[in-house]
Ligand binder design. Sequence first.
Ligand code: SF4
Length: 746
Amino acid sequence: MAFNLTRRKFLQTASLAAASVPLSKVVSANTGVTKAPLDPKGTAGDKTVVGGICEMCFWRCQLVGKVRDGRLMKLEGNPKSIDNGIKICARGNAGVKLLYDVDRLKYPMKNVGKRGAPKWKRISWKEALDECGSKLKSTVDNYGAQGICVFPHGASAKYPMHYFERAVGTHNVSEASFFQCRGIRDTAYVATIGKAPGEKVDMPNTKVLFFIGDHLGENVHVSHIKQYIQGLQNGAKLIVADPRFSASAAKADIWVQIKPGTDTAYMLAIMNYLVKNNKYNKAFVEDHTEGFEEFAEAIKGWSLEKAAKECDIPAAQIKEVAEMLAANAPHVAIHPGRHVSWHGNDFQRERALACLTGILGAYYVKGGWVPPKGPKVKGVSWAKEDHGHKYNLNFNHEEDEKIYSNPPPGTPTELIRDCAISGKPYPIKSCVVWGQNPMQTIPNQQKMKDLFNAMDFVMCVDVMPTDVTAWADILLPEASYLERYDYIKKGTQWDLSKEHQQYIAARMPLVPAMFERKDQVYITNEIAKRMGHAEKIPVRTIEEMVDKSLASANLSIEKLKAEDGIHIQPGKDPYGIPEDFSVILYNDDLEDSGHPPAPTYKPVPGNPKGFARLLYGRAPVHTFNRSQNNVWLNNAMPDNPVWVNDEVAAKLGIIDGDTVGFVNSEGVKSRTTTTVKVTPGIRKDCVYMYHGYGSANPLLTTGVGTGVDDQSLITKLAVDPETGCHGMRNNFVKLIKDGKVLDIPA
Ligand code: SF4
C-alpha cells in the first residue's frame, strides 16, 4: 500500500520513472505493467538522427531518433541536452507508436454524413484547401472576421492561430491551455509580480517544497521531475495540500488532506499567522512589496481556527506548516501549479500563492522562485495588425471596459460559445479546430455540440482522430512532431546552481512525413492564399520559418545539425532580485475592476446530498486524451479506475475491482464504465479519476470506450470572475453498480 512507501524507495522509483525506459515485451513482476514489443538490441547499427523535440506532452524534451532503413525504431534523450539529458518518460518513448499508429489521419477527408456521425470521403489536398478557403472567406465576407472562432492547441497551432488572429482579424480564439488550464495562474501572477510564473521554482536548491494540488510524479515532465527528485535528495522538506494521497503526498513530510475549494482560506490563515507573529521577511516586504498594511488588514480575520474549520484540517497542522515555511524562508519553493482551473475561485488562490511567496521573500533567491535566464531568439510569424476591440466579446461597449478584467490571451471560451449558439451580439459561423479536442477539454459537451451545430463550416486539423474530429466538415492530416520542423526550444540547464549554460534547439524531422500529411505552414499558407491574404504570408516554408528565427541567434538549421541538434552557450547567474521588482499584495487595479484587492476566499458550492465531488488529474503514462490510442501506453494503463474512500466503499458494498458507471447531479450518465480502486487515500466526500479516458470516436480502435470520460460528467460550469476561465471541480457524482444508483453516505 502506497502509504508505506519510504522516501528512499520513492527516490529510487522516481529516478527510474524519469529515465529512458525501453518497453520490451515483458510483464514486470513489480508493477504488473504489460509492455509492448520493441527490439532495443537492434539499435546498435541504427543511424542516429538528431534534432528531435518531443511533443507527447508540451514539455518538449530533446530527442535523438534511431532510424533503420528509413523507419524510426527508437527514441532517446539527446545526450547533449542540458535539460532532459538522456532521459525521456514513458510517453516520450511511446512516440514511436504514435508515428506508426494505424489509426492516424493519412489523407484529407470530407464528411459526407452528419456532424457528430460522420461518413468520411477521401479528397485531394486541392479540393480540401479550396473548400476550407472558400468557406472561411465566405464567412468573413458575410459576417466579418469575427464570424470565425478558433480552438488551437500545441506548437503547430501557433502559426495558424496567429494567422486567424493577426491577419484575418478575429478575437474569437480560445486556447485550452489558457482557459481550461494554466491561464488563471498566469494572470494572477501578472497581477501580483508583473509576469507569468511558469513552474520556475528552484527545487534542487530549496529547503521546503510546498505543493497545493500539484501531483508531481503522476504529472511527469522530465527535467521538472529531475529537479523535484534532486530537491528531495538534497534534503528538502515537502508539504503537500491535496484531498487525495497523491504520488507527491506519499513522499510528503506534511500531508494536508484539505477540503476541496478551500485552499485560499488555508493560505490566508498561514499568511495571517506569519504577519501577526512577525515571522514574515520584513526586509523584502519593505523593499519589494506594495500595499502590505492594507493586505495585513484585509486578511486579519483568518485565524488558524477559522481556517481549520473551513478547510476541515487541524489548526495545529496549519501552524506547523507556517512555522516550517518561516523557519526556512526565503529558501522555500512555493509551486504555482499548472492545471489550476478548479472551482471558479482560482484567481484568488493563485494570488494567495504569489503573495505568500512574497511575504516570505522567496523571489529570485536560491531555492525560491527563480526565472532562469535563457537565450534570446526572435520568433517569426504573421505580422501583428490592430483590429480594435469593436468585436471583442470580452468588452462591454456601453461601459467601455472589459467584462473579465484579467483574462489570459484570447477570448474566454464561454463568451465564444454563448455568442456562437445565440448569434448575439453577432453571428459566428465558422470554426477552426487545430490540435485541440474541445469535446474533452471544455466542460459541458452538449454546449460544445450546440456550437458545432450552429456553424456553417467546421474544419479540424490533427494528427489523430479525436472526439472533436467527428464534428468536422473537412478533416486535414497533420505531420506529427517527429515528421516536421517547428518553433525554437530554448532554455537553461535544469539545475540552476550548476554552471550557467543556455541552449537553443529547433524541432527537426527524424523521418519524412508519410502518406499525405502536411505541416502547419503549408496548410495555413494555402488557406491564406485562398482567403485573399497571399501578400501577408511571412514565410513560404516551415524550414524558412525556423531558419529565419535561428538567424536572430547567429544560427541556422545546418549549424544546429552540425552541433548535434542543440547549441549550447554560456549563461547568466539567475539569482539576484531586479531592483524594480515588486510584489503587489494589495492591488488597486483589481479593486477598480470590482474584485478584491487582497487575496480573498470565496466558498464553493458544497456536495448535494448523496453525491461525491468529482476530482480528476493526470496519469504518468498518458497525456490526457491525446495518448489513449497509443498501444504501448494503453497497455501500461488501459483504464482509469475511480478512487473511492474505503469506509465509503464498505458502506456502499463495493470492493476493489468492481465495475461502476456514474450519474452526475444534473442527471448526466457516463457512456462507459470503469473499475473501482478502494483506498483510504481519498476524502470521503470526493472520488477521483484520471482525465482523458473514454473516447467516443470509433476510429480510435485502441482508445475508444476505455475507462470513463470524466469530461462528460463535468456539465456544471463555473467561470472565474476575474479571468473568464472555467472551473471544473464543482461537479458531483453518484456511482452506478449493476444498474443501481448508489447514494454516497454523508
Ligand atoms: S516529459 Fe515525456 S512526454 Fe513530455 S516532452 Fe518530455 S519525454 Fe516527451
